[in-house]
Ligand binder design. Sequence first.
Ligand SMILES: Nc1nc2c(c(=O)[nH]1)N[C@H]1C(S)=C(S)[C@@H](COP(=O)(O)OP(=O)(O)OC[C@H]3O[C@@H](n4cnc5c(N)ncnc54)[C@H](O)[C@@H]3O)O[C@H]1N2
Ligand code: MOO
Length: 408
Amino acid sequence: MLVSIPQALDLINEKVTPLDGEIIPIEYSVGRVVQDSYTANFNLPRFDNSAMDGYAVKVSDAGSTVLCTQVIYAGDNPSIELKIGHAIKIMTGAPIPKGCEAIVPIEDVTIEQDKVTLPGNIKMGNFIRLAGEDIAKDTTYLHQGEVINAYTVASLASQGVTHITVNRKIKIAIFGTGDELRPHFEKIEDHQLYNSNSPMFLTRSKELGCEVRFIRSSADTLEALQDSVASVLDADIIITSGGVSVGDKDFTKEAFTNLGMQIHFEKVDIKPGRPTVFGTIGRTVVVNLPGNPLASMVNYELFIRAIIRKMSGRNDARHGTVTTIMGEELKLKGGKTTALLGTFDGKSFTPIHNQKPGMVSPMQKADGMILLSPDIAHLSINSTVKMIPLRWESCTEKTEDLINRFSE
Ligand SMILES: Nc1nc2c(c(=O)[nH]1)N[C@H]1C(S)=C(S)[C@@H](COP(=O)(O)OP(=O)(O)OC[C@H]3O[C@@H](n4cnc5c(N)ncnc54)[C@H](O)[C@@H]3O)O[C@H]1N2
Ligand code: MOO
């Protein structure tokens, strides 16, 4: 069955289900997806406190000289009350005393022994951090399906949460097929080829937070392939590359079908990568990618990444795009839905020159990918395109002015 890219992604969304969960310490949770929503048990900050080292004062004492004989430090639990005509010295983070209306920073007062002269204008509530202004009690600060990052960990820790329920790690089995393939750590003959796809998928899958079993390559016989597959059926995702077109030894799909694979699509309207197969054997998801390295990479990024997101329980499992412009003019044959890799400098997308499905080197430069409908045979420089980011972050060799400045 030939499907379009959106149909393929819809089928993935329909057929792939999130994995079960496990409870882990928050320190080890980065990149994992939460299975529960987390609601604040208490206000953050827990109590009204000072945002400055300074003096707790009454607003009506502005411009006068007041008496100060007491200090409150962060960590104190003050029972004192501030009265008119007085100030209480207070440190950043310390609970404000009863009756305090504002904090005046230390640099804004004149001190003479226990007498403090206050500035003429003091705003009510100045430099007081209110209880719950950061996270109010009972608000949900982390939602089911969100990915944990260092800053989520900060919110969890600030609520005293030690363990959270996350989706368990996805187990991936990878192997390449083809008699010509040898592992990269062996010596090879001139007619042989190193298996670059399996280490590529291994690395990318780890980057995306999965556990990986790396099964090098199986010989080009149906039996050998079937044996390899049968030994990895406990994996959540099985990725193969090669043996999916119409060559004499292209029996990847047959091997999986013999093992009970239900095929959801077996060809996608995309160049490169048309012969991509997506199926399931029970709860195990199978993707047979083409052998051509760049074709397999493009389809890994489009389909396997979507599978990983859905399986890990993310609520944003669908691809999003960045709208940008073409950095240079593009001419292509057209007539086919085409995926093009390119670089992105934050301002424009520039296709990588001379990218072919069988190549390896263009992939390492790719920041993103654009998908073009068959009717597009020409894109002029500066024309608008939507890009699917692959692994883009904005870094430069030269110093860039990072500050936004006023311009008329
Ligand atoms: N008559 C036709 N021939 C081909 C068609 C077609 O429709 N009709 N489709 C072409 C397309 S499109 C692609 S893509 C490839 C897909 O081929 P396979 O998936 O069967 O892959 P192989 O033939 O096994 O290998 C293709 C190519 O990639 C190299 N390769 C394979 N595995 C790896 C690996 N793990 N690491 C590095 N390189 C790998 C392999 O040596 C071949 O050069 O079929 C076209 N043919
Ligand atoms: O479409 Mo194939 O996948 O050329 O590389």
